[in-house]
Design a protein around this ligand. Structure first.
Ligand SMILES: Cc1ncc(COP(=O)(O)O)c(C=O)c1O
Length: 363
């Protein structure tokens, strides 16, 4: 249809992972373990949900468009001013606003191949030229990214830790990189998984990097277990935030989402429990994979990517796991056809996953 621009016609729609219900129905199973979308296996803080339920009665009112309470709380927590904080419908909502706010005419974007697919979809939908730089050993090749900067480069996107590889850029690497990026280029530093990586000694604390051309994106979807509520936040220079505020949808996130996120910030116990569970279980999963001599990419996030011998192996293993009620992520759409990604689940979920892996390999 001529109404649809060519770059939209050519887009491949985002393919989400399998839902619990669809797998239940297809395989006639009672119980499903979903280790596919890097969600918090503990769920949300029930305290925060409970505290917020009362606010549902105000659902006939529009949300506070300035998101003031939540922005103030985030500013306080991270020692910033409220003018430096923005909210959105998930961090992807903010990514979308960034593109609509800052891209014009011949502007171009740079990122890495085989990185976060959500950014890829948005970047391709922008209709702008995007340079996808190959990774090195499953990591961003920052030198190569810098070498691709040209006079039209406007945005560089980096996820740290990265999804789906779980790798991270260390402090030194980031320091060297940022020195080479011209100030007219906006760096999106996507830290959706930062809480899981924060204990790593050389993981850069981006709060120390208050550069005028860096926007840090974070989310309530992962460690806070609120993916369904769609609340993301970003930190940047107030001039960037001011302009983003003009473009973002005025009433994102919804009132109840703002309220639940606010309450979630009060539940430090839930946050710590989530991080500790992940640390313990990630280590155990890694040990078990080592024992079985299974190839994987070392991860600092809440998931681990397993590298198999070939595509056929991936298809067979994904199918075997589905038939046993386990949903994991086939990474073909992320550009990694020989890989699967497994979210770190509850102790018993990970145990069941490993049991089935052993059974599959008959080890
Ligand atoms: C690197 C990365 N950034 C952003 C997101 C999306 O987060 P949100 O739910 O806040 O849009 C994800 C979710 O998987 C992710 O892996």
């Amino acid at each position: 249809m001529s109404l649809v621009p060519k770059h939209i016609k050519n887009l491949l729609p985002y393919k989400p992972g399998r839902t619990i219900d669809s797998v239940k129905n297809e395989y006639n199973l009672e119980k499903i373990i979903k280790l596919a979308s890097n969600e918090n296996p503990l769920g949300p803080s029930l305290k925060s949900i409970g505290l917020s339920l009362n606010d549902l009665k105000n659902s006939h009112r529009y949300p506070d468009a300035s998101g003031m309470k939540l922005r103030k709380k985030l500013a306080k927590k991270f020692d910033l001013k409220v003018e430096n904080v923005i909210l959105g419908s998930g961090s992807e909502g903010i990514m979308s606003s960034i593109m609509r706010t800052f891209l014009k005419d011949k502007d171009e974007l740079i990122s890495a191949e085989k990185s976060f697919i959500g950014f890829k979809v948005l970047a391709n939908a922008s209709g702008k030229k995007v340079i996808w730089v190959p990774k090195k050993n499953y990591k961003y090749d920052l030198e190569s990214i810098c070498s691709q900067i040209n006079e039209n480069t406007k945005i560089i996107y980096i996820a740290n830790p990265d999804n789906p590889t779980g790798t991270y850029i260390n402090k030194n690497e980031f320091d060297n990189f940022i020195k080479k990026v011209p100030k007219r280029v906006l760096v999106i530093l996507d830290e959706a998984y930062f809480e899981y990586a924060a204990h790593v000694y050389d993981y850069p604390d981006s709060m120390e990097y208050r550069y005028d051309n860096v926007i840090t994106l974070r989310t309530f979807s992962k460690v806070h277990g609120l993916a369904g509520f769609r609340v993301g936040y970003g930190f940047a220079h107030n001039e960037l935030i001011n302009n983003l505020m003009k473009v973002k949808l005025p009433f994102e996130p919804s009132s109840i989402s703002q309220q639940v996120a606010l309450a979630a910030l009060e539940d430090e116990g839930h946050l710590l429990q989530t991080i500790e569970l992940n640390l313990r279980e990630l280590e155990l999963m890694t040990k078990n994979l080592n024992k079985l001599d299974i190839n994987y990419i070392p991860s600092v996030a809440n998931f681990i990517t397993i590298v198999l011998d070939n595509r056929n192996e991936v298809q067979k293993l994904v199918q075997f796991l589905l038939e046993n009620g386990i949903i994991i992520r086939d990474l073909i759409n992320f550009g990694l056809p020989k890989c699967i990604r497994v979210t770190i689940g509850l102790k018993e979920e990970n145990y069941f996953f490993m049991k089935k892996i052993k059974e599959y390999y008959r080890k």
